[in-house]
Design a protein. Structure first.
Length: 186
C-alpha cells in the first residue's frame, strides 16, 4: 500500500495491513478528547525513539505557540510517563491534551481526526493509510525518510522537512488549515 514497485522474487508477496486489527470503540476519556475542537483533532506522536522531552526548548515552545494559534483544532500530544517538563510547559494550552498512552488504531479510525503528525514509522503509517488519515511525516532516522517520500508520492500526506526550523514547523501545521484536495479524506 505504501511501498513503491521494486524487484522481488515471485515467491514473495507483500500483504499490507495484515497485522492491523479492527478499531474498537473509544473509552470515555478518548471519546471526550475526540469531541473537542470545532474543526477536529490532530494527533502528534513522534514514537518512542524521539520522545517529546528530548526536543529543544525552542521546538517545544514552537509547539505551544502553534497549538495556541490554532484554537479551532484540538491537539493530542503523546509524551512519555517520565516526562515532567512538558506538562509544565503546556499548562496554559487549553486546546491540547497530553497523554502517555494512545489507542492509536482506534483513534485513527475516528471521523473527527484530521491529521496525524508523526515520525514516519511503517506501523503508524500503515494504520493511518488504512483509515484514510492524512499524515505529516517528520523523519528522524532509518526507513522514515523513504517512508516520507512514499507518503508524498502516494498523495496521502506531506513530509515536514525543515520541521525543526520555526518556518518549517509552522508550514506543517499550515497544511491542516489549507489542505490540498488529495489530503481531504475525512
Amino acid at each position: 500500500m505504501l511501498d513503491l514497485p521494486r524487484p522481488i522474487t515471485h515467491k514473495l508477496i507483500y500483504i499490507g495491513g495484515l497485522g492491523v486489527g479492527n478499531p474498537k470503540p473509544l473509552d470515555e476519556k478518548f471519546s471526550r478528547i475526540m469531541s473537542k475542537g470545532s474543526k477536529g483533532v490532530v494527533i502528534v506522536s513522534m514514537g518512542t525513539i524521539a520522545p517529546f522531552y528530548a526536543f529543544s526548548d525552542a521546538v517545544k515552545s514552537a509547539f505551544v505557540k502553534v497549538f495556541q494559534s490554532m484554537a479551532d483544532y484540538h491537539f493530542v500530544l503523546k509524551i512519555t510517563k517520565n516526562d515532567t517538563s512538558t506538562p509544565l510547559l503546556f499548562k496554559s494550552v487549553t486546546n491540547c491534551d497530553l497523554v502517555t498512552w494512545l489507542p492509536q488504531t482506534d483513534v485513527l479510525a475516528h471521523p473527527r481526526l484530521k491529521l496525524f503528525f508523526m515520525h514516519g514509522g511503517v506501523n503508524g503509517l500503515m494504520e493511518a493509510m488504512l483509515r484514510g488519515v492524512p499524515v505529516v511525516v517528520v523523519p528522524i532516522f532509518a526507513d522514515q525518510f523513504r517512508n516520507g517520500r512514499n507518503v508524498e508520492k502516494r498523495g496521502v500526506g506531506k513530509v515536514g522537512y525543515g520541521f525543526f526550523s520555526r518556518y518549517g514547523f509552522v508550514f506543517c501545521f499550515y497544511l491542516i488549515s489549507t489542505p490540498s484536495q488529495e489530503l481531504q479524506t475525512n
